[in-house]
Design a protein around this ligand. Structure first.
Ligand code: GLP
Length: 264
């Protein structure tokens, strides 16, 4: 596990975009697992900037998004389809055929649909880098507390905390989705590399439990401790409850000296 500490959200976004861009340059047909949420917006802005500057080509990149609200059509302004197009896909040269986002409009045969999503990930060769945010309750994707660490893509009922957090994006009186389709924790752990991003004080407790607490289904992101190549990229506020900060800084120094490619 690598813990990269940065001063603020701007530095975090910059570093995350550098890591992703470096991976795309090394492997133009990279299979990228993508996430939504406000934390991702700055990262996508940086990727769009690099593309506009001519140094980042998405033409062969394949993407799989983690999750989508059940019941929201792609054009719905709060859907994750809409989020991805608004913040990334509309501004880069990705081939629309290479974009995969769970379909929130299905209303039957959920298990079959979710199995087919997993099958498309396998058919693409598996995810090379999975980008993750984190919920205040430690969720990754929409794997709410008590999700099985072995879980696969499935329908998930959203927790009250998540409904409250996400309700701010819906208009007053607007019907809010109560369920989502999400890749499972087991699906996420299959990615060859995982990059979790957290910024802001509201994430500090979840970050500390995920990195330094016991592995428990009560904190889904703690399962990432089982992954052989996971990087947590956090700003000062999100890192404020970590007890081993000095050690992470020393590891970073040595990583820059011995295996600098892990940071670019
Ligand atoms: C949603 C998404 C998660 C994301 C989380 C945090 O619940 N399903 O993938 O990590 O939001 O969002 P934010 O970055 O807005 O705090």
């Amino acid at each position: 596990m690598l813990v990269i500490l940065k001063r603020d959200a701007g530095e975090v976004s910059h570093q995350a975009a550098q890591l992703i861009a470096g991976a795309v340059r090394r492997k133009p047909s990279l299979v990228l697992g993508l996430a939504t949420g406000s934390t991702m917006i700055g990262i996508y802005q940086q990727l769009v900037r690099l593309h506009r500057e001519g140094s980042l080509d998405f033409s062969q990149v394949v993407t799989f998004n983690l999750d989508e609200y059940l019941g929201l059509a792609p054009a719905h302004p709060q859907s994750f389809h809409h989020f991805m197009h608004e913040h990334l896909f509309a501004h880069v040269n990705i081939n629309p055929r290479n974009i995969h986002i769970p379909d929130g409009t299905i209303h039957e045969n959920y298990d079959q649909y979710c199995a087919s999503y997993e099958q498309s990930i396998r058919a693409a060769g598996g995810i090379d880098i999975q980008l993750l945010g984190i919920g205040r309750n430690g969720h990754i994707g929409f794997n709410e507390p008590t999700s099985s660490i072995a879980s696969r893509t499935r329908l998930k009922v959203l927790s009250k905390e998540t409904l409250d957090d996400n309700s701010k994006s819906f208009a007053p009186g607007e019907e809010r989705p109560r369920c989502a389709i999400t890749m499972g924790i087991g699906s996420i752990l299959d990615a060859r590399k995982v990059l979790l991003i957290a910024t802001g004080a509201s994430k500090a407790a979840a970050v500390a439990k995920s990195i330094e607490g016991p592995i428990t289904s009560a904190v889904s992101a703690s399962a990432l401790q089982l992954h052989p190549d996971v990087t947590f990229l956090v700003d000062d506020e999100a890192a404020s409850q970590l007890t081993q900060r000095d050690y992470y800084l020393r590891v970073l120094e040595m990583t820059a000296l011995l295996t600098p490619d892990r940071l670019s």
